[in-house]
Design a protein around this ligand. Sequence first.
Ligand SMILES: C[S@@+](CC[C@H](N)C(=O)[O-])C[C@H]1O[C@@H](n2cnc3c(N)ncnc32)[C@H](O)[C@@H]1O
Length: 377
Amino acid sequence: MSAASQVVSAETIRLNAICPYFTMFPLDFPLDILREHARPNARVLDPFCGRGTTNFAARLLGLRTVGIDASRVATAATQAKLVAPTPGEIVDLARVLLRRRRKAVKIPEGEFWSLAYHSDVLRDLCLIRDALLKDTIAAHVAAALRGIVLGALHGPIGRTKHSYFSNQCPRTYGPKPAYAVKFWTKRGLLPPRVDVLAVIAERAHRYYGNTSPKIVGAAIEGDSRQRSTLDEAREIIGKFDWIVTSPPYYGLRTYLPDQWIRNWFLGGPASVDYTSEGQISHSGRDRFVADLREVWANAGAHCRPGATLVIRFGSIGDRLVEDPAELIMASLETTGWVVMDIRHADNAARGKRQADTFHRKRSAPCDEVDVWAKWQP
Ligand SMILES: C[S@@+](CC[C@H](N)C(=O)[O-])C[C@H]1O[C@@H](n2cnc3c(N)ncnc32)[C@H](O)[C@@H]1O
């Protein structure tokens, strides 16, 4: 028997879109794998969870799941998909936070911030930010509100109705300040006076109006190369049966700086953060392979015998130094994982290439592969 008996409706999958991220894989990829092959009580790990697509697929199928990511934006987006407050609870929380004393709140200053957000909107965002950082608010409601604000933080200005809080921006990544200021000034674009509570209410109903209540899962902010991070994951759900994951594409180093505005909302600095703390190293092929090997070995140590690992992987543009499949196979050597199958994403059943979701200039076509392995230490 597999998890296939779970019914997944169009309404329940809306939550997957709560916060854009890049290089996410399509929901169908983990959903089809788990639906077809996982037992109803299987436990699912993603050690590079990004915006939590695998974890959300597991949740839809009623499976226990943990996601790990070195980026706090990624883990906040994932955590928001592993809770089930009512829309009313989320809106009530936002309303209470927006009524708080306004004097004490710290508001970022400078040309970027004054052009990115209307002053009333920025003050409201800071009130919510401060409260979510300081308070012990019911964790599941706070996680949902955090995810909603992150998803609405920047995006295009609507013609008739505002769905995002910012001046004209990309949805997926935060633009660099100097570029954004030039862009807005040249076009005479001013930030709209958005009704923050109305945007939150609309999104709360869209994303949490039809969620399934049964969830066992969590997102951990941490480095999957560290044994202790995997220990923590195992403590939450027990030994893993499935790992469906997508490590950072080789050569893509901008996961943290590109999310700098969302990172600010979660307590980071009000300027671009160029650090790459906790991220897999891209300094060279051998180091990259060695880093991945540590993750597979650590995760394997907490797997049940016969557990399955599915890795979707590619590399971008000029950093394609070798066949991605070879690189993943090298990273699996001596780890206890035995490769069972390799499918090139072009001929893989799921079709849609993860690289198509890259931002800015489209990446040069790159080979994407799905590598399947079994835990046989
Ligand atoms: C390709 S993305 C994963 C996207 C995910 N499949 C989704 O659908 O959203 C790779 C992720 O690995 C994370 N990452 C990089 N190094 C890491 C590490 N050492 N430990 C945990 N996560 C890491 C990055 O922050 C990034 O979110």
